[in-house]
Design a protein around this ligand. Sequence first.
Ligand code: GDP
Ligand code: GDP
Length: 446
Amino acid sequence: MKNTGFTMVIVGRENVGKSSLFNKLINQQKAIVDDWPGVTRDKLYGECDWEGHTMNVVDTGGILFEESDVIKSLIVKQIKPVLKAADLVLFVTDAQAGIIPDDSRILDFIKKCTDKYVLVVNKVDNDKLQQDAYEFYNMGVDKIFPVSVTHSIGLDDILDYAVTLIPEETEDVSKADETTKIALIGKENVGKSSLFNALVEEERSIVTDIPGTTRDTVDTKIEINGQSFLLLDTAGIKKRNRIKAKVEQFSIGRAFMNIQKANIVIHIVDAIEGIQEIDKKILGYAFENFKGMIIAVNKWDLVSPEKREALRKEYDDYLKQNINFINFVPIVFISALKEMGIEKLIDTIFLVQNQYNFRVKTSVLNKVFREAIYDRNPSSKSGQLKAYYMTQVRTAPPTFVVFVNKKERLHFSYLRYLENRLRSSFGFEGAPIKLKIKQRENEQNT
Ligand code: GDP
Ligand code: GDP
């Protein structure tokens, strides 16, 4: 299921039940731990499914006002952008403890960051406490959800409400006029900052910094060959003169947020280190979110020229064998520092952008479709399947719908086959393809 990108952020003081709430919402799915330097508790990222929508949930780990000023300012500095980026802040309090001063201070802080918040009054384990929960309206909030996380009471109401806030996905909207947003992603020290410099220092590029739209970030607009691209979240990347503060450590949560906003993800790996587990996780995330993708293998200058050909092949093979779901992603070998391969990378950005936005003519598409069906019949053991036609309903990502007589008769592997046929006919380099099956209305009862 595609992640809607809708993000709920849980905040509140200690012991109100934030992590219990987080765990219930992500319902046994795995959480991603994000180190929060200098802070006792880590930040956690997870996904929550509700009525066909996948949303993100972030547990900020708690705001402690009795901490020293240094830690407090560190926490505030780190939480602020997360709150600003949130689509819904779940401010958790404790019905059994009642309103305490820290709650009011936290609420003031939330209000400074966003107006998209609700108050979750937890530990409402019985009817008597239900009455007490309404006392929290005195804090001056518009929306209260009395819940008992332990007894799973009231959580549905929060999720029902959250789902109403998710913007509807509109199909077939032309995105052609939008500036392509690029996220430079990769672990610490792979060369993001150096690549950023190499891209903006390209003679052909014109550079403007613009404040990010959703949070305390800066994006950089660059113009290459007369076309604008937005490099996302560049404040964190540009650090030429920056002391490497701990706060700037690689944050997978931040990477995920940038991937969600991007059209194209350039995933950078260190040529010597190779592709690691964390890289697979990030690439998998970009793929699941149907983003245009490029892998840039950096520090190629450290590989001696006579070894390059063999290593290049090793990377290609590795991708095909070990992460074969993204074997359509182009790999570019660069040195950000020595400015090698940057031209090729730029060409690849243009290529992937083009492929991501590519629309196949319906007549051409159906010719390919008919040939595919002729070569391999889609009928399975479960019965005769008629596949009528295929149509491309949108671009970015390229999305196709196959119309059939019986939806359940189409085997999953057949979709993979169709995808391969689309790729061998049209390329779609670096572009994940979405394939949907629809049953023709009048076939439902046959
Ligand atoms: P956090 O510090 O805000 O993350 O809080 P935790 O999730 O660790 O919960 C703090 C304590 O409150 C734990 O002992 C939980 O078992 C308890 N707790 C959480 N939710 C409820 C609830 O709905 N009712 C009651 N009675 N206790 C709860
Ligand atoms: P970031 O943490 O991903 O932004 O990485 P940086 O751009 O700060 O680079 C980390 C280190 O790797 C620095 O010492 C860079 O000089 C070095 N570096 C970056 N790109 C290259 C490259 O192409 N070749 C070599 N040899 N070193 C590089």
